[in-house]
Design a protein around this ligand. Structure first.
Ligand SMILES: Nc1ncnc2c1ncn2[C@@H]1O[C@H](COP(=O)(O)OP(=O)(O)OP(=O)(O)O)[C@@H](O)[C@H]1O
Ligand SMILES: [Mg+2]
Length: 260
């Protein structure tokens, strides 16, 4: 059975997609079979793996509305053990269906049903979610075993976190009792920046037992690293672009911590 991990934070631009893509790739390079699901209409995870709009006809939208099977939309990546379920802007249509369905139809469980079709085929399913606590994120959290919350080491980092944690709690209480917070992941950390250090210190103070540790028991922090920002424009995860970069190594450490 797959372990399903959602990358979520309703704040925009905190490193969700970067984390989803590079964690998925790093797990795959460790020999795990991985499916990356792009659940964001912005389709940044899809683009990050080198696919553009015209390369594929169907996407996760068609699966969620029931016209395609998940298996039939899956794309290959440059890494043999990493597959992608792509998104495109049409995915916003799911939101309308969700609200039209009202409260009656198990509308939170559409993603979970779709994943049931493939959950014996992968070791890990990693879901990239949009910057909102809307239908896609609710569906992803309802389907998942766990959630990783990237926290950008900048001002306002913890703003909105209470709302996200409340949503997780509510979903655990009503739809998905097994949902756990796998961890908080400090992203875009810069050691020269006092604000970065302050946010990291705050995280340690409040969530010390929910930070990831590497093999040497050091806390895992994703550094601000230009290679992580550049690699999507080459359609590659960082480890195929510059495996020795600090950003790529940090995500490889994260993958190893998760496997361990
Ligand atoms: N560790 C990092 N170092 C440098 N740049 C980074 C890092 N992480 C992310 N970025 C860059 O910051 C921007 C936002 O990152 P990303 O797209 O991963 O965030 P997001 O949370 O998925 O955004 P959205 O909420 O819009 O989906 C991107 O341009 C990305 O390349
Ligand atoms: Mg994103």
């Amino acid at each position: 059975m797959s372990e399903i991990i959602v990358i979520a934070n309703q704040k925009g631009g905190v490193g969700k997609t970067t984390t989803a893509v590079n964690l998925a790739a790093s797990l795959a390079v460790e020999g795990k079979k991985v499916l990356l699901i792009d659940a964001d209409p912005q389709a940044n995870a899809t683009t990050s793996l080198g696919y553009s709009r015209n390369d594929y006809e169907f996407n996760i939208y068609h699966v969620l509305i029931g016209t395609k099977k998940l298996r039939d939309i899956i794309l290959k990546s440059e890494i043999a053990t990493l597959d992608l379920a792509p998104a495109n802007i049409g995915l916003v249509g799911v939101e309308k269906e969700y609200y039209d369905a009202g409260n009656t139809k198990g509308r939170e469980l559409i993603m979970k049903k779709a994943l049931a079709q493939v959950k014996t085929s992968y070791d890990y399913i990693v879901i990239d979610s949009p910057p909102a606590l809307g239908p896609m994120t609710i569906n992803a959290l309802s389907a998942a075993n766990s959630v990783i919350i990237p926290i950008q080491c900048e001002f306002f980092a913890l703003e909105g976190l209470a709302q996200l944690l409340n949503t997780v709690r509510l979903i655990r209480k009503t739809i998905n009792p097994r949902l756990e917070i796998k961890g908080f992941l400090p992203t875009m950390y810069s050691a020269q920046n006092n604000l970065s250090k302050q946010v990291f210190a705050d995280l340690r103070q409040h969530f010390d037992n929910k930070l990831f540790k590497d093999m040497d028991e050091e806390l895992i922090v994703i550094p601000r690293n230009v290679r992580l920002a550049e690699s999507p424009s080459f359609g590659k995860p960082a480890l195929l672009y510059d495996a020795k970069s600090s950003g790529s190594i940090a995500y490889q450490n994260l993958a190893q911590a998760i496997i361990a």
